[in-house]
Write a protein that binds this ligand. Structure first.
Ligand SMILES: [Zn+2]
Ligand SMILES: [Zn+2]
Length: 302
């Protein structure tokens, strides 16, 4: 699994950063989380494959997380998309889309399926052969949810490079090796399975939490994940502002990571009043050493 940041700025305008949006990649799939204004330009800039996006997860209806959605969907239509699109988000999302589609005369070339999610109780949204995606209730000024992505173990193993010619494997033998079954050479001797196939990739978990104030519920929801994206809009000096606006400081984000025992924390949703992450990292790392500031375009591997 890989996460690419398309935007990590908070609501205020800032020349160097874009509004919230990111792409979770798993094999050939692309899951878009949040869609702030300008997201489609970022998708083009970073060469994210439009047609591979079948799910969009919206955290809440503040403009910096959702104002790019109708533009993106309109562009899908201009490209004559046929595949349905599942969009998840809090109450109001359906009306938000319908009003704009109507007033802007957007004639969809495909089905947009809106799924309204609860912002008070966690729910499983996607459960298929490769991934489970569920919600994380957040604590913000308006109803908001984060999203938790958990990969599942692959059903088939991958062959090591060049083993097919090296052992002269037949189609049946390839199928057996991929299924984890014994494979024998021409003399009837067992070929050690680890000579044929690569080790199974461990399952991984990624949590996206933005926007939110510090929340014990979030700590419970993200326990033990491999990678946590947590908003850290402000520094401690602006604690009062963070409380007033339902946001976190770098210390809040680090406390969540530390208490939840996550492996790595990446900070996002930086206020336009800050140029970079330097001061945030100085406040967060004494609490949780594995803290990093996100950068636009950057990929984070799990
Ligand atoms: Zn925001
Ligand atoms: Zn917000």
């Amino acid at each position: 699994m890989k996460v690419q940041i398309l935007g990590n700025n908070s609501g205020g305008l800032f020349i160097k950063r874009h509004f919230s949006a990111q792409v979770v990649q798993l094999e050939g799939r692309r899951y878009l989380i949040d869609c702030g204004e300008g997201t489609q330009m970022q998708i083009v800039k970073y060469k994210v494959k439009f047609e591979r996006i079948h799910h969009i997860f919206i955290s809440h209806l503040h403009g910096d997380h959702v104002l790019g959605l109708v533009g993106l969907i309109s562009s899908f239509t201009m490209r004559l998309r046929k595949a349905p699109l599942d969009v998840y988000g809090p109450d109001g999302l359906k009306r938000f889309l319908e009003v704009q589609f109507e007033l802007c005369s957007v004639r969809l070339s495909f089905e947009v399926r809106v799924h309204i999610v609860s912002c008070t109780q966690s729910a499983l949204l996607v459960d298929d052969d490769m991934i489970e995606i569920s919600t994380i209730p957040l604590k913000h000024r308006v109803p908001a949810v984060g999203y938790l992505f958990r990969s599942k173990p692959a059903k088939l193993l991958n062959l090591r490079p060049d083993v097919v010619p090296a052992y002269g494997l037949s189609i049946e033998q390839i199928k057996a090796a991929k299924a984890g079954q014994d494979v024998f050479d021409a003399n009837g001797t067992l070929i050690a399975p680890d000579l044929l196939t690569l080790p199974i990739k461990p399952t991984v978990a990624y949590a996206y939490c933005s926007d939110t104030a510090y929340s014990e519920k979030v700590v419970e929801s993200v326990r033990g994940v491999d990678l946590l994206y947590h908003e850290a809009t402000f520094l401690e000096k602006a604690r009062a502002r963070a409380t007033e606006t339902g946001h976190s400081t770098a210390v809040d984000a680090a406390n969540v990571a530390q208490k939840a025992g996550v492996k790595r924390l990446i900070l996002g949703h930086l206020s336009g009043r800050y140029d970079d992450w330097e001061l945030h990292l100085a406040e967060a790392r004494p609490i949780f050493a594995e803290t990093y500031g996100t950068e636009e375009g950057e990929n984070y591997e799990l």
